[in-house]
Design a protein around this ligand. Structure first.
Ligand code: ZN
Ligand code: ZN
Length: 336
Protein backbone atom coordinates (compact mmCIF):
# COMPACT_ATOMS: atom_id res chain seq x y z
CA UNK A 1 0.00 0.00 0.00
CA UNK A 2 1.07 3.56 -0.65
CA UNK A 3 1.28 6.03 2.24
CA UNK A 4 2.37 8.58 -0.36
CA UNK A 5 1.71 7.57 -3.94
CA UNK A 6 4.19 8.66 -6.63
CA UNK A 7 1.23 9.07 -9.00
CA UNK A 8 -0.65 11.61 -6.92
CA UNK A 9 -0.05 15.31 -7.56
CA UNK A 10 1.28 17.28 -4.60
CA UNK A 11 0.08 20.87 -4.27
CA UNK A 12 2.28 23.20 -2.22
CA UNK A 13 0.31 25.18 0.35
CA UNK A 14 0.85 27.86 2.96
CA UNK A 15 -2.01 27.33 5.39
CA UNK A 16 -1.24 30.16 7.83
CA UNK A 17 -0.64 33.73 6.71
CA UNK A 18 -1.45 37.30 7.79
CA UNK A 19 -2.32 40.25 5.56
CA UNK A 20 -2.99 43.96 6.10
CA UNK A 21 -6.49 42.90 7.21
CA UNK A 22 -4.85 42.11 10.57
CA UNK A 23 -1.18 42.56 11.52
CA UNK A 24 0.47 41.45 8.26
CA UNK A 25 2.26 43.91 6.00
CA UNK A 26 1.16 42.74 2.52
CA UNK A 27 -2.21 42.96 0.81
CA UNK A 28 -4.04 39.72 -0.06
CA UNK A 29 -3.35 40.45 -3.75
CA UNK A 30 0.39 40.83 -3.10
CA UNK A 31 0.47 37.64 -0.99
CA UNK A 32 -1.11 35.68 -3.82
CA UNK A 33 1.44 37.07 -6.28
CA UNK A 34 4.38 36.26 -3.95
CA UNK A 35 3.31 32.68 -3.29
CA UNK A 36 2.23 31.92 -6.85
CA UNK A 37 5.61 33.15 -8.11
CA UNK A 38 7.35 30.76 -5.68
CA UNK A 39 5.52 27.71 -7.02
CA UNK A 40 2.75 27.48 -4.42
CA UNK A 41 -0.78 26.47 -5.48
CA UNK A 42 -2.74 27.04 -2.26
CA UNK A 43 -2.86 29.87 0.30
CA UNK A 44 -5.00 30.39 3.36
CA UNK A 45 -4.93 34.04 4.46
CA UNK A 46 -5.80 33.41 8.10
CA UNK A 47 -6.01 36.88 9.60
CA UNK A 48 -6.47 37.27 13.34
CA UNK A 49 -10.14 37.02 14.30
CA UNK A 50 -11.17 38.04 10.79
CA UNK A 51 -12.81 35.43 8.53
CA UNK A 52 -12.77 36.67 4.92
CA UNK A 53 -13.72 34.86 1.72
CA UNK A 54 -10.81 35.53 -0.66
CA UNK A 55 -12.24 33.41 -3.51
CA UNK A 56 -12.08 36.41 -5.87
CA UNK A 57 -8.30 35.79 -5.94
CA UNK A 58 -8.67 32.11 -6.87
CA UNK A 59 -7.74 31.24 -10.46
CA UNK A 60 -7.25 27.93 -12.25
CA UNK A 61 -3.67 27.56 -10.94
CA UNK A 62 -4.08 29.04 -7.49
CA UNK A 63 -6.60 28.41 -4.74
CA UNK A 64 -7.43 30.65 -1.79
CA UNK A 65 -8.83 28.84 1.24
CA UNK A 66 -11.19 30.72 3.53
CA UNK A 67 -10.19 30.73 7.18
CA UNK A 68 -8.99 32.73 10.12
CA UNK A 69 -6.84 32.49 13.24
CA UNK A 70 -8.65 32.63 16.56
CA UNK A 71 -7.02 33.16 19.93
CA UNK A 72 -7.96 32.56 23.53
CA UNK A 73 -6.06 34.20 26.38
CA UNK A 74 -6.45 35.05 30.04
CA UNK A 75 -7.05 38.66 28.99
CA UNK A 76 -7.49 40.29 25.55
CA UNK A 77 -4.11 42.06 25.52
CA UNK A 78 -0.93 40.24 24.53
CA UNK A 79 1.21 39.09 27.46
CA UNK A 80 4.54 37.52 26.39
CA UNK A 81 4.84 35.67 29.70
CA UNK A 82 1.43 33.96 29.73
CA UNK A 83 0.31 30.94 27.71
CA UNK A 84 -2.38 31.34 25.08
CA UNK A 85 -4.17 29.24 22.48
CA UNK A 86 -4.10 29.99 18.74
CA UNK A 87 -6.29 27.97 16.43
CA UNK A 88 -6.55 28.07 12.65
CA UNK A 89 -10.08 27.58 11.39
CA UNK A 90 -10.26 26.29 7.81
CA UNK A 91 -13.69 26.72 6.22
CA UNK A 92 -14.93 23.60 4.46
CA UNK A 93 -16.87 25.83 2.05
CA UNK A 94 -15.37 29.05 0.62
CA UNK A 95 -18.33 31.23 1.62
CA UNK A 96 -18.31 30.13 5.26
CA UNK A 97 -17.26 33.18 7.27
CA UNK A 98 -19.14 32.32 10.44
CA UNK A 99 -17.59 33.90 13.50
CA UNK A 100 -17.04 31.49 16.39
CA UNK A 101 -17.73 32.52 20.02
CA UNK A 102 -17.77 36.31 19.55
CA UNK A 103 -16.12 38.35 22.29
CA UNK A 104 -15.75 42.00 21.27
CA UNK A 105 -12.50 42.43 23.21
CA UNK A 106 -10.79 39.88 20.95
CA UNK A 107 -11.79 41.55 17.66
CA UNK A 108 -9.30 44.40 17.51
CA UNK A 109 -8.69 44.09 13.75
CA UNK A 110 -12.36 44.05 12.85
CA UNK A 111 -13.66 47.48 11.70
CA UNK A 112 -16.35 48.79 14.04
CA UNK A 113 -18.95 48.73 11.25
CA UNK A 114 -18.43 44.99 10.67
CA UNK A 115 -19.21 43.86 14.22
CA UNK A 116 -22.94 44.11 13.61
CA UNK A 117 -22.91 42.22 10.31
CA UNK A 118 -20.81 39.24 11.50
CA UNK A 119 -22.61 35.92 11.37
CA UNK A 120 -21.95 34.92 14.98
CA UNK A 121 -22.33 31.35 16.26
CA UNK A 122 -21.78 29.79 19.68
CA UNK A 123 -21.41 31.31 23.10
CA UNK A 124 -20.79 35.07 23.31
CA UNK A 125 -19.62 35.07 26.88
CA UNK A 126 -16.18 36.45 27.75
CA UNK A 127 -13.43 34.16 26.56
CA UNK A 128 -11.89 31.98 29.25
CA UNK A 129 -8.51 30.30 29.27
CA UNK A 130 -9.88 26.96 30.48
CA UNK A 131 -9.95 23.48 28.94
CA UNK A 132 -13.74 23.57 29.10
CA UNK A 133 -13.96 26.84 27.15
CA UNK A 134 -11.33 25.88 24.56
CA UNK A 135 -13.08 22.54 23.94
CA UNK A 136 -16.43 24.31 23.60
CA UNK A 137 -14.84 26.71 21.10
CA UNK A 138 -13.36 23.86 19.01
CA UNK A 139 -16.65 21.95 19.09
CA UNK A 140 -18.58 25.03 17.95
CA UNK A 141 -16.11 25.55 15.08
CA UNK A 142 -16.34 21.89 14.03
CA UNK A 143 -20.15 22.01 14.14
CA UNK A 144 -20.12 25.10 11.94
CA UNK A 145 -18.08 23.83 9.04
CA UNK A 146 -14.48 24.40 10.09
CA UNK A 147 -11.45 22.14 10.37
CA UNK A 148 -9.51 23.29 13.43
CA UNK A 149 -5.74 23.15 13.92
CA UNK A 150 -3.61 23.88 16.99
CA UNK A 151 -0.91 26.39 16.04
CA UNK A 152 2.73 26.99 17.07
CA UNK A 153 2.74 24.90 20.24
CA UNK A 154 6.12 26.17 21.47
CA UNK A 155 5.28 29.88 21.09
CA UNK A 156 1.93 29.37 22.81
CA UNK A 157 3.66 28.26 26.05
CA UNK A 158 0.93 25.83 27.06
CA UNK A 159 1.84 22.83 29.20
CA UNK A 160 1.88 19.55 27.33
CA UNK A 161 -0.88 18.07 29.50
CA UNK A 162 -3.07 21.07 28.73
CA UNK A 163 -2.74 20.55 24.98
CA UNK A 164 -3.44 16.85 25.55
CA UNK A 165 -6.71 17.81 27.28
CA UNK A 166 -8.18 19.40 24.14
CA UNK A 167 -10.41 17.55 21.70
CA UNK A 168 -11.43 18.05 18.11
CA UNK A 169 -8.28 19.12 16.26
CA UNK A 170 -7.91 17.79 12.75
CA UNK A 171 -4.21 18.71 12.64
CA UNK A 172 -1.28 20.00 14.68
CA UNK A 173 0.81 22.75 13.08
CA UNK A 174 4.20 21.11 13.66
CA UNK A 175 6.21 23.68 11.67
CA UNK A 176 5.66 27.42 11.97
CA UNK A 177 8.39 29.33 10.17
CA UNK A 178 7.78 32.79 11.64
CA UNK A 179 8.07 31.43 15.18
CA UNK A 180 11.02 29.20 14.24
CA UNK A 181 12.92 32.22 12.85
CA UNK A 182 12.44 34.05 16.16
CA UNK A 183 13.23 31.27 18.62
CA UNK A 184 14.85 28.37 16.74
CA UNK A 185 12.75 25.99 18.85
CA UNK A 186 9.37 25.85 17.16
CA UNK A 187 8.95 22.21 16.15
CA UNK A 188 5.88 20.31 17.29
CA UNK A 189 6.98 16.82 16.20
CA UNK A 190 7.71 15.51 19.72
CA UNK A 191 4.38 16.83 20.97
CA UNK A 192 2.72 15.26 17.93
CA UNK A 193 4.10 11.80 18.86
CA UNK A 194 2.76 12.26 22.39
CA UNK A 195 -0.68 13.28 21.14
CA UNK A 196 -0.84 10.17 18.95
CA UNK A 197 0.43 7.93 21.77
CA UNK A 198 -2.32 9.38 23.98
CA UNK A 199 -4.95 8.36 21.46
CA UNK A 200 -5.52 11.91 20.14
CA UNK A 201 -5.45 10.98 16.48
CA UNK A 202 -4.87 13.97 14.26
CA UNK A 203 -2.80 14.95 11.25
CA UNK A 204 0.07 17.44 11.04
CA UNK A 205 0.99 20.30 8.75
CA UNK A 206 3.50 23.13 8.37
CA UNK A 207 3.06 26.82 7.57
CA UNK A 208 4.81 30.17 7.42
CA UNK A 209 2.56 32.28 9.68
CA UNK A 210 4.16 35.13 7.74
CA UNK A 211 3.62 38.79 8.60
CA UNK A 212 6.29 40.16 6.18
CA UNK A 213 7.76 42.98 8.25
CA UNK A 214 11.06 42.43 6.38
CA UNK A 215 12.00 42.50 2.66
CA UNK A 216 10.85 39.46 0.66
CA UNK A 217 14.39 38.72 -0.56
CA UNK A 218 16.13 39.19 2.82
CA UNK A 219 17.19 36.56 5.35
CA UNK A 220 14.55 37.72 7.87
CA UNK A 221 11.70 37.17 5.42
CA UNK A 222 9.18 34.92 7.19
CA UNK A 223 7.67 33.58 3.96
CA UNK A 224 8.55 30.34 2.12
CA UNK A 225 10.08 28.42 5.07
CA UNK A 226 7.25 26.16 6.27
CA UNK A 227 4.64 24.53 4.08
CA UNK A 228 2.24 21.68 3.54
CA UNK A 229 2.10 19.39 0.53
CA UNK A 230 -1.51 18.39 -0.16
CA UNK A 231 -2.22 15.32 -2.27
CA UNK A 232 -5.49 16.33 -3.87
CA UNK A 233 -7.13 15.02 -7.05
CA UNK A 234 -7.28 18.58 -8.37
CA UNK A 235 -7.20 22.19 -7.22
CA UNK A 236 -10.95 22.54 -6.63
CA UNK A 237 -11.87 23.86 -3.17
CA UNK A 238 -13.89 20.76 -2.19
CA UNK A 239 -11.20 18.38 -3.35
CA UNK A 240 -8.44 20.15 -1.40
CA UNK A 241 -10.50 20.34 1.79
CA UNK A 242 -11.43 16.68 1.41
CA UNK A 243 -7.73 15.75 1.06
CA UNK A 244 -6.93 17.75 4.21
CA UNK A 245 -9.80 16.11 6.08
CA UNK A 246 -8.46 12.68 5.14
CA UNK A 247 -4.87 13.56 6.08
CA UNK A 248 -3.64 13.38 2.49
CA UNK A 249 -0.90 15.88 3.28
CA UNK A 250 2.48 16.26 4.97
CA UNK A 251 4.47 19.03 6.62
CA UNK A 252 7.84 20.38 5.51
CA UNK A 253 10.45 23.06 6.01
CA UNK A 254 12.34 22.04 2.86
CA UNK A 255 12.62 18.43 1.66
CA UNK A 256 9.79 16.60 -0.10
CA UNK A 257 8.59 13.02 -0.22
CA UNK A 258 8.19 11.34 -3.59
CA UNK A 259 6.88 7.95 -2.52
CA UNK A 260 6.29 5.89 0.62
CA UNK A 261 5.02 2.35 0.42
CA UNK A 262 4.52 -0.47 2.92
CA UNK A 263 4.18 -4.08 1.81
CA UNK A 264 4.37 -7.04 4.22
CA UNK A 265 6.39 -5.02 6.73
CA UNK A 266 8.80 -3.74 4.05
CA UNK A 267 8.89 0.05 4.05
CA UNK A 268 10.20 1.96 1.05
CA UNK A 269 10.77 5.73 1.11
CA UNK A 270 11.82 8.06 -1.72
CA UNK A 271 12.46 11.76 -1.30
CA UNK A 272 14.40 14.77 -2.51
CA UNK A 273 18.11 14.54 -1.47
CA UNK A 274 18.38 14.26 2.34
CA UNK A 275 20.95 13.58 5.07
CA UNK A 276 18.74 11.52 7.40
CA UNK A 277 15.68 9.31 7.47
CA UNK A 278 13.76 8.67 10.71
CA UNK A 279 10.91 6.20 11.03
CA UNK A 280 9.00 6.63 14.31
CA UNK A 281 7.06 3.62 15.55
CA UNK A 282 5.40 4.89 18.72
CA UNK A 283 8.18 3.70 21.05
CA UNK A 284 11.76 4.69 21.93
CA UNK A 285 13.29 2.87 18.98
CA UNK A 286 13.38 4.36 15.49
CA UNK A 287 14.49 3.02 12.17
CA UNK A 288 17.18 5.52 11.30
CA UNK A 289 19.69 6.13 8.55
CA UNK A 290 22.33 8.84 8.16
CA UNK A 291 24.00 9.46 4.79
CA UNK A 292 27.79 9.21 4.67
CA UNK A 293 29.93 12.33 5.20
CA UNK A 294 29.41 14.78 2.33
CA UNK A 295 26.72 12.61 0.71
CA UNK A 296 22.94 12.75 0.47
CA UNK A 297 20.42 10.01 -0.23
CA UNK A 298 17.08 9.86 -2.01
CA UNK A 299 15.82 6.44 -0.89
CA UNK A 300 15.67 4.34 2.28
CA UNK A 301 14.30 0.85 2.89
CA UNK A 302 13.32 -0.82 6.14
CA UNK A 303 13.24 -4.56 5.55
CA UNK A 304 10.98 -5.23 8.51
CA UNK A 305 9.19 -2.69 10.69
CA UNK A 306 9.16 -3.46 14.42
CA UNK A 307 6.37 -5.89 15.34
CA UNK A 308 5.47 -3.66 18.34
CA UNK A 309 4.85 -0.66 16.05
CA UNK A 310 1.84 1.34 17.25
CA UNK A 311 2.01 3.95 14.50
CA UNK A 312 4.36 4.94 11.70
CA UNK A 313 5.54 8.48 11.11
CA UNK A 314 8.32 9.13 8.64
CA UNK A 315 10.60 12.18 8.77
CA UNK A 316 13.46 13.32 6.55
CA UNK A 317 16.13 15.96 7.19
CA UNK A 318 18.08 17.68 4.42
CA UNK A 319 21.70 18.89 4.55
CA UNK A 320 20.59 22.31 5.87
CA UNK A 321 18.83 20.64 8.80
CA UNK A 322 15.35 21.27 7.36
CA UNK A 323 12.82 18.60 8.19
CA UNK A 324 9.71 17.15 6.59
CA UNK A 325 7.32 14.74 8.25
CA UNK A 326 4.35 12.63 7.31
CA UNK A 327 1.39 12.34 9.62
CA UNK A 328 1.06 9.30 11.86
CA UNK A 329 -0.39 6.20 10.25
CA UNK A 330 -2.10 3.90 12.74
CA UNK A 331 -1.77 0.11 12.96
CA UNK A 332 -5.37 -0.21 11.89
CA UNK A 333 -5.02 1.74 8.67
CA UNK A 334 -1.67 0.05 7.92
CA UNK A 335 -3.30 -3.34 8.43
CA UNK A 336 -0.54 -4.57 10.76
ZN1 ZN B 1 -0.76 32.59 16.14
ZN1 ZN C 1 -0.61 33.58 12.92
Amino acid sequence: MYLISPDKKQYKANLHCHSVLSDGQRTPEKLKEMYKNKGYSILCISDHERPVNHSDLTDEDFLLLTGYEAYIRYQPNFDPFQPEVHLNLFAKKPDNVKYICYDKDFCKYLPEAEHGTLEKVGSERKREMTTEYVNEFIKTANENGYLVSYNHSYWSMEKEETVLSYDGFFSLEVFNYDSFLMNGLENGCALYNKLINSGKMMFCHGADDNHNFFPDDGQLCDSFGGFTMIMSDNLEYDSVISAMEKGEMYASMGPVFKEISLNNGFLHIESSPVKRFHVYCGGKKTHFYQAKEGKTLTAFDVAEIFPETTFLRIAIVDEHGNMATTRAFTREELGI
